[in-house]
Design a protein around this ligand. Sequence first.
Ligand code: FNR
Length: 365
Amino acid sequence: MNNSLFQPFQLKSLNLRNRIVMAPMTRSFSPDGLPGENVADYYERRASGEVGLILSEGTVIDRPSSSNDPNVPHFYGDAALAGWQNVVNKVHSAGGQMGPQIWHMGIIHNHESGWTPAVPFEGASEFHAPGIANGHAMSDSAVADVIAAFGKAASDAKRLGFDCVELHGAHGYLFDQFFWDSTNSRSGIYGGKTITERTRFAVDVIREVRRQVGDDFAMIIRLSQWKLAAYDHKLATTPQELEEWVTPLADAGIDIFHCSQRRFWENEFEGSDLNFAGWTKKVTGKPTITVGSVGLSGEFMASFGGETSDPSSLDELMRRFDRGDFDLVGIGRPLIANPEWARLIKEGREDEIKGFSRELLTELV
Ligand code: FNR
């Protein structure tokens, strides 16, 4: 019964009881950026439900415009870090392991609440998407400050006792704004015509984080081809381009690639039945996490639009997992609907698993 998902996984600071990873999911229940007891209890419930590794919701670094939502947690400042200390303590007491997903949103569409920070958004350029300006391009010295703020957040994660750290490099946020030529028109070291040149920002963050946390602390990066502003976009259209994108990140110090797709069963390039995580593992030799509609009938952007997703079979996932395409499996919405999802799978109690609908997001259960 999906036993291979319940093999342990060991890498540097990670000692996971199984291959199931809670995907990072913004919940916006941290007023003024402070994660409280309800947030700690929420993560503790998933650890008690036997998730192997919990990745926190995106939590923003210490920059005046790193966030577009006052209820997204901060990963800086004594009060927010005390909140995170409580979270990780509770997760550990429940037998889980956890890393924060550290985040800078860059230039983004304003959040639907209309809230904006006191200073303009900052990004690789002023563009969030082709032709959509929403802030200003960072100077190289502002980029240096952002890199330092990522390093500080990662060292705080280690100091608080987290087991790893994840950099949010996906979905059109700051890292991705540097990767994408449509939003990175910079001259100088952080721009360039090739995807390899445009990895320079990510590479510098990774090196700084590595310098701060040392060699033995596991560092994950989340990447995606798709972005909120362009669902069907591919940064890499061939395996060669993928190699030019991800190899510099591996060489800079990434231990695990978290490969975000909307549907994990979609093959990345024609002529091969490997998905994004499968290809990234093949070209880097590093462990990967797959994610995207595992165990659910519909994908997550449609579910924001109101579509309900029902539980679905894990057969295709297991076929690819047992073939060695990827090492870990990210689970998002099923873990919102079922804090005990991992245990239910382990015990063969699939019939007790509930589907997902967006109403579940109105509460932090
Ligand atoms: C997300 N996702 C997401 N991803 C990320 O990297 N950082 C984040 O903060 C969030 N926030 C977020 C909030 C909510 C409510 C959802 C549903 C999703 C994407 C998430 O990690 C995952 O990739 C997708 O949900 C697809 O996985 P599932 O839900 O199909 O298992």
